[in-house]
Design a protein around this ligand. Sequence first.
Ligand code: AMP
Length: 425
Amino acid sequence: MIKAVRGTRDLLPPDTALWNFVEATAREVFRAYNFQEIRTPIFETTELFARGVGEETDIVSKEMFTWEDRGRAASEKGQSLTLRPEATAGIVRAYIEHKLGDRGLNKLFLIGPMFRRERPQKGRYRQFYQINAEVIGPASAGSESPARDAEVLEMTATLLNRLGITDWNLQLNSVGSSQERVKFNEALRAALEPVKDNMCVDCQRRALTNPLRVLDCKVPEDQPIIETLPRITDFLGQESRTHFDAVQSILTKLGVRFTLNPRLVRGLDYYTRTAFEFTHGALGAQNAILGGGRYDGLSEALGGPPAPGIGFAIGEDRLVMTLQEKTPAESVMRKPDVYVAPMAGMNGEAARLAHELRQQDLVIELGDDSFRLKKSFEAATRAGAKYILIIGENEIKANAFALKNLASGEQVSVPRAELAERIRA
Ligand code: AMP
């Protein structure tokens, strides 16, 4: 048997109803904040991610699906391509390529699959889905304002609340400007030098390659050491501090609760200043439902104009997992209003009636005239239909149909013109 590739999975009904509910709710919330949809290719040049996300990150150094795409003709050059492991680099590439900065401030969202070659486990897949939102534009359009950070955070909180996930925890930090981060990294490296040999192997490696990531370590034995390390908060300059204070003060005014977490760092190199994660207890070790932050230098790193931005990525798989505990998929799924059951030779008439009812926004499951009535009833019950409507020669002649409520067993004869109204009632 040929099976789905390890780390990938099929999303099946009824669960897909929950996925659609999440996406429809997200689109509705984004609309209220005037975000517009963008779609970018699921593969890009490898160089984009190497430069955008950072060579030293886990994602780029070991998790990308990359292949050498040979040219099809002698005149065509081969190139290294990669399935996107995240969305922001592609969005910023599109921003630069299409000069979106000329439009002023861009508020964009993207929903789609991302690919990382991680070790698969519950809540961690090799193809997973993200809902991304980004605010990006020239500084003159206000893209750098702490008001944008607060707006994005409040929008995220609103979306989670709207989905019925109200017990989230917003972890907030400022990781400073890139210059401040260089100083902080040096201080971390120095502080780690005498203690790193007492830490886990990952931290020993990180201490050399990417000391910031040590703060992200979850190994219990390492925690007392990490507590003694320098804090990013002490390395923020006046400008970063003022910006971060302003974000917090707007959030407080909005009543969006948050926890300051000076150890919060993100796995991608491009983040500057505001960084955040929304966590949820039900997810266990994979407790981050979403993460994001500012990326003020990313456009320049990709050869574009200065374009400060802030955004987030919701892990849709984890969001749906969290939701499943409270909202059964069946509760957001629309079941058939009517099962239309044709008697022998009545498939055509039944199809015509089904078409009429569907035009009136009813959900119709259409049976088959080879079915005995008993089989039609069984099929109607299995489909979860509210009513069964029997189409026989007599009914067509009378232009009135036997409509039976499957739950109560009540049956009435209804004229064709009144059917839709009766079914809706
Ligand atoms: P990141 O881009 O790493 O900050 O990820 C943003 C969000 O995407 C995380 O908070 C997770 O909810 C989700 N996510 C990241 N990697 C995976 C994965 N391998 N499987 C499922 N969800 C993921």
